[in-house]
Design a protein around this ligand. Structure first.
Ligand SMILES: Nc1ncnc2c1ncn2[C@@H]1O[C@H](COP(=O)(O)OP(=O)(O)OP(=O)(O)O)[C@@H](O)[C@H]1O
Length: 386
């Protein structure tokens, strides 16, 4: 089973710029968690802080009883061996074929023989559906295949925690759906702790057990998927609906009056949280995810502390036998009651000066980082080079 990652009161700044403050959350062992947030809210900084590549000024990140913010270099080196990381672009070496790319961490960090390495590499390539592509160069394959090759490489040291940095970036919706299924299937097979940073709403709605969101230098919330997916918090609603109206602006945030005015002008069908869609199940023939049972036990123990809408969605996922086992009664009518429609301020009550002025839409600048730079950012120097 994967390990728990406890983040407690973590704060990170660069000079005078606070990235986020007092972030507290626990990644439950073996579960899949997603971290959402508008661009620039510090999701990548958070991932780097988890592997000790960045040092937060305050707080702790405790893994296997070791606080990686204050531990020795040697302890940090050992803790990093628990991690596998999937970089945005796969971060493959362009001049190496897929086999050598995937074998790279084994050759660098273990004393395994070439025949052992071959066995491991082929096993991981099979897990990600790349068997037969060993001789291909990264430049000869699609973006989706490169991601899968990066994932196979993240798996070769049998990590207990896997960090996915925007696994869906640059993929079309169909490839994203395949990759999401692969992530769920891998979790069933290796039961490691997964943390996925993504902007993709569909990924957030279908893949994770838990969801968190960063906004305005704070962790807005973190908890079971049903909590965030039923939340009426304006920033969460805006993000999940992918709309312009709300607190998130073009470059990060808007002032409160403008956001309120925009929200008030929304039409009825544009208000509210989208329907919760069921979480992806594992592919036929694979074992059930052990994390699902553990999560039920964990979440149901503290169910009464959650918002009513989240409680109802969690109870809906239980079978009649599970309801009885956990001591909950099924609804007498056979259907769970629906949520009241959220109240909004009528448009007429919003003073004209607070109404939004339409702004021209501009494309987001997308800057791709070269694979080698991003690899160096994460892995740092080779063993023995310290
Ligand atoms: N090493 C660094 N030194 C100074 N500032 C940095 C450093 N790394 C990141 N930042 C700043 O931290 C902020 C958060 O960046 P980060 O890349 O973590 O955001 P993000 O939420 O991952 O964004 P995106 O979704 O666009 O990838 C940005 O303003 C960025 O410029």
């Amino acid at each position: 089973m994967g390990v728990e990652v406890v983040v407690d009161g973590l704060s990170k700044s660069f000079g005078a710029q606070t990235i986020w403050r007092d972030v507290t959350l626990t990644l439950p062992p073996g579960e899949i968690s997603v971290l959402l947030g508008p661009s620039g809210t510090g999701k990548s900084v958070f991932l780097k802080s988890l592997v000790g590549l960045l040092k937060p000024e305050q707080g702790r990140v405790v893994i296997n009883g070791v606080d990686i913010c204050t531990c020795s270099e040697r302890q940090l080196y050992e803790i990093r061996k628990l991690f596998g990381v999937l970089f945005q672009d796969g971060a493959l070496f362009g001049s190496m074929n897929l086999f050598d790319n995937i074998a790279f961490p084994l050759r660098e960090h273990t004393r395994k023989s070439e025949s052992q390495i071959r066995e491991i590499v082929l096993e991981k390539m099979e897990m990600v559906g790349l068997l037969g592509a060993e001789e291909k160069l990264p430049g000869e394959i699609s973006g989706g295949m490169r991601k899968r090759a990066g994932l196979a490489r993240a798996l070769v040291l049998d990590p207990e925690i896997i960090l996915f940095d925007e696994p869906d970036s640059g993929l079309d919706p169909v490839r994203t759906a395949y990759l999401n299924q692969l992530i769920v299937d891998l979790n069933a097979q290796i039961d490691a702790t997964f943390l996925i940073v993504t902007h993709d709403i569909n990924t957030a709605r279908t893949v994770p057990d838990n969801i968190g969101m960063l906004f305005r230098r704070n962790l807005v919330m973190f908890g079971p998927r049903e909590v965030l997916l039923t939340s009426t918090e304006p920033v969460v609603e805006q993000f999940l609906n992918g709309r312009r109206q709300g607190p998130i602006g073009m470059s990060e945030e808007k002032d409160a009056a403008q956001a309120a005015a925009e929200l008030a002008q929304l039409r009825d069908h544009e208000v509210g949280v989208p329907q919760i869609v069921p979480q992806l199940d594992v592919s036929p023939g694979l074992p059930e995810r052990a994390a699902v049972r553990r999560r039920k036990d964990r979440v149901l123990r503290s169910l009464r502390n959650l918002a009513p809408a989240a409680q109802r969605e969690i109870l809906k996922t239980l079978t009649p036998d599970e309801l009885a086992l956990y001591g909950f009664a099924a609804p007498a009518t056979g259907a769970w009651p629906t949520e009241p429609v959220p109240q909004r301020v009528p448009v007429a009550e919003v003073p004209p000066q607070m109404r939004p002025t339409p702004r021209p839409r501009q494309p987001d600048p997308i800057v791709e980082e070269p694979a080698e730079t991003s690899r160096r950012r994460w892995f740092g120097r080779k063993r023995g080079a310290r």
